[in-house]
Design a binder for this molecule. Structure first.
Ligand code: ASN
Ligand code: ZN
Length: 334
């Protein structure tokens, strides 16, 4: 059969109506994306082993909205494509592995599974349970796929402070993907998982502008940060990134407090902040980069993000000074 690349229309749970890239094989459309490394989206059918690529007769996916099991596929497929575009167009990273290859997105994993994960080769998404919703929102898809990029570029060990930096990198780029995609029904916001009702009370999973609002994450570094779960120690770098991009105090996304008596920070904007973080990750971070390292004081996110800022803007620049101030404001001193 002849195989053609085509554009379908999709109705996601969170995306609203969007265009998605699909494949026509014979007379059947497949949720395989030739424009993004042939990343495919498949249905686990609430199991944990086999995944069946979504197919469709008319290339209009997920109509019937939430009642249609294709809908979660549309969100995941759209999220994978936007994340691919984000890394390629903003950071010149051609796919997770840098070779242009797409990866599978597996939806409807397990029963009442309230998580999503990257396993080294693919993304997997549960449907949630109770009143929580399928974990296929843009920021979650961007988060999981970014774990792949982090693994490929820096290999940040997933425990202690390097684990917090690993997690924060996924929250940072997941949110930058949300801004980049500019889906009308899911604009960027510096909250993680605000669409999926994971807490059953309408609150997001995490808040970058003041991470401690979730009751567990650190907004400010302390000597106990290294002992926290990586999804909580991430708060320090999430908060740093917010300060760098948007500044401290009242902003249009939320109010970011400074830690201790640190001076207020004026943000340099997302476009510069995301490039500084990516360059730090790409060129400088190692597997055990930390917030504070006694064994190797040079191996810190502060030092490396300052090197990235120097490379991009020079060491006398406003941007360099903003990186310093944004770390100081989360209690990571120079
Ligand atoms: N959803 C979680 C994450 O990506 C799964 C995990 O704990 N690794 O961080
Ligand atoms: Zn994660």
């Amino acid at each position: 059969d002849e195989i053609e690349s085509v554009v379908g229309s999709g109705q996601g749970i969170y995306t609203g109506t969007v265009s998605i890239d699909t494949t026509l094989s014979g007379s059947t459309y497949q949720m395989i994306d030739p424009s993004h490394g042939n990343g495919r989206t498949c249905d686990m059918n609430n199991g944990t082993s086999t995944c069946t690529t979504f197919t469709d007769a008319d290339n209009a996916w997920g109509t019937g909205a939430n009642s249609n099991r294709q809908s979660a596929g549309v969100d995941a497929h759209f999220g994978a494509a936007k994340t691919f575009d984000y890394f390629k167009n903003v950071h010149a990273r051609n796919g997770i592995f840098g070779n242009g290859a797409g990866v599978p997105s597996r939806v409807h994993y397990g029963n009442n599974y309230v998580n999503a994960f990257w396993d080294g080769a693919q993304m997997t998404y549960g449907d949630g349970s109770g009143n929580s919703r399928p974990l296929v929102s843009l920021d979650v898809a961007g988060h999981e796929m970014s774990h792949g990029v982090t693994e490929a570029l820096a290999g940040l060990v997933y425990s202690g402070e390097s684990g917090g930096l690993n997690e924060a990198t996924s929250d940072i780029f997941g949110n930058m993907v949300e801004f980049y995609a500019a889906a009308p029904s899911d604009p960027g916001d510096y909250q993680v998982g605000e669409k999926i009702n994971i807490n059953n009370n309408g609150t997001p999973l995490r808040y970058m502008y003041n991470p401690s609002l979730d009751g567990s994450s650190d907004s400010c570094w302390s000597t106990s940060t290294k002992n926290k779960d990586v999804h909580y120690s991430s708060g320090v770098a999430n908060h740093f990134f917010f300060n760098l991009a948007e500044g401290t105090g009242a902003t249009s996304y939320g109010t970011s407090p400074v830690c201790g008596a640190a001076p207020a920070v004026t943000g340099i904007g997302r476009a510069k902040a995301e490039k500084i973080w990516f360059r730090a990750l790409d060129v400088y971070f190692t597997s055990n980069t930390a917030y504070v390292s006694t064994s190797n004081p040079a191996n810190t996110a502060r030092a490396y993000s300052l090197r990235a800022a120097t490379d991009l803007h020079g060491s006398c620049s406003t941007e360099y000074k903003a990186v310093q101030a944004a770390w100081t404001a989360v209690n990571v001193a120079g």
